[in-house]
Write a protein that binds this ligand. Structure first.
Ligand code: ACO
Length: 373
């Protein structure tokens, strides 16, 4: 059975940064001290008006493909973990597939909110292990800022936008060692965006504004998350046959520094082994773990032979964890021609997509005429 190994990684966040002080200046009834001391967050990035989830996802994915040395046409499957897709349909993954020019890839979205990326990693690894795919692009991308009520200080200070991606490739040497996914829908009411689906019907009218905002019972999620992330991590450590002291790095979902510290304590690992960058990005939902992984790699905290545990929680309630053995050398830098190749591939993909559209339109016109005659 082949292993699924991470061979490329990439991240992207929007250009616009919002510090805690900026939020205060915007009129949010909060303070830098409150946010920093209760959550660890100091800054987050917010997407511009014309910047959709797929725009962030494509940039992260291009970086991951370049690092892996994989052409878009060699990818078999694209999984986009997101709860803030560009549209209800088509999937954001299909939009990403088109923009990348990944013409041989299947594509689908996975929604497990903040736990989505690790869920998708588990699904992608399963496809490789079963022999159904050799290269799977797994992306976590979210823009929760769209659903924030900037007058609700209990939620709007927590979230940021971003995307992170990894390329999984079939390998003879161990990569993903174990994974777990879980759900407890009895907690669905604790964190939700009520409108936008089939439950709240529009009946010719727009849904009430309050139903379009993210709502959350923070304290209950907090209590549950401090237990759940550690439990999920423990489960994959045990099933991968690792001893806790063989784990070199834990990357938890970046929601709140206090939840991460509690997770470290429950797992019995020192906080130095638990990576956190929530300070600079806030909670980027499905993007949080791949962004953290990219930054941990950039900080020199990942080397071949390391055992890494990713553990996450989110709306659903849902949770997921993966234990993996890192097995690739981290290149000091990308080849100099990389940006050029990225640009070229993106241009080719746009041209190919435009040609396909034209071809479809022409064929439809011809078929309609033939039918009429
Ligand atoms: N600034 C100042 N005061 C605030 C703010 C703020 N931004 N937000 C809340 N407060 C006030 C409250 O009004 C309350 O005041 P009161 O005592 O006068 O009523 C007080 O602070 C305490 O509020 P709590 O909600 O009890 O604060 P808590 O210590 O629990 O921290 C927090 C709140 C940070 C939201 C915490 O509960 C938390 O992190 N929960 C987990 C949330 C989470 O991780 N969600 C993401 C899930 S992943 C996904 O799927 C998207």
């Amino acid at each position: 059975m082949p292993y699924a190994q991470i061979t490329g990684w990439g991240m992207h966040v929007p250009a616009r940064a919002l510090t805690n002080e900026n939020l205060v200046q915007m009129g949010v009834d909060t303070s830098h001290d409150w946010i920093a001391s209760r959550t660890g967050i100091e800054r987050r990035f917010v997407a511009g008006k014309d910047e959709a989830t797929s725009d962030l996802a494509v940039k992260a994915a291009q970086e991951a493909l370049l690092l892996a040395g994989t052409r878009p046409s060699e990818v078999d499957l694209i999984l986009v973990a997101t709860c803030t897709p560009d549209h209800i349909m088509p999937s954001t993954a299909s939009l990403v597939q088109n923009r990348l020019g990944a013409e041989n890839a299947g594509a689908m979205d996975i929604n497990a909110a903040c736990a989505g990326f690790v869920y998708a990693l588990s699904v992608g690894a399963g496809q490789i292990e079963s022999g159904r795919a050799r290269q799977v692009l797994v992306i976590g991308a979210d823009e929760l800022s769209i659903y924030l009520n900037w007058r609700d200080r209990s939620t709007c200070v927590l979230f940021g936008d971003g995307a992170g991606a990894v390329l999984l490739r079939a390998s003879d040497t161990p990569g993903v060692l174990a994974s777990t996914t879980g759900s407890d829908g009895s907690g669905a009411n604790l964190l939700m965006i009520p409108a936008g689906g089939s439950r709240i019907r529009m009946n010719g009218r727009a849904p009430a504004q309050k139903d379009r905002y993210l709502r959350m019972n923070g304290p209950q999620i907090f209590r549950w998350a401090t237990q759940m992330m550690a439990k999920a991590a423990q489960k994959v450590i045990t099933s991968s046959g690792l001893k806790p002291d063989q784990v070199t790095l834990v990357i938890p979902h970046q929601a709140n520094l206090r939840i991460m510290e509690a997770t470290a304590k429950r797992l019995g690992v020192s906080t130095e082994k638990v990576f956190s960058n929530v300070r600079n990005y806030g909670n980027t939902s499905a993007a949080s773990i791949p962004i953290a992984l990219c930054e941990a790699i950039g900080a020199g905290m990942v080397k071949p032979g390391d055992n890494i545990v990713l553990t996450s929680f989110g709306a659903g309630l849902s949770w997921s964890a993966v234990a993996l053995r890192w097995n690739v050398e981290v290149p000091a830098h990308l080849p100099r021609w990389s940006p050029l190749r990225r640009q070229l591939e993106a241009t080719m993909a746009t041209l190919r997509s435009a040609l396909r559209r034209q071809e479809r339109a022409v064929r439809t016109t011809i078929e309609e005429r033939l039918h009429r005659d």
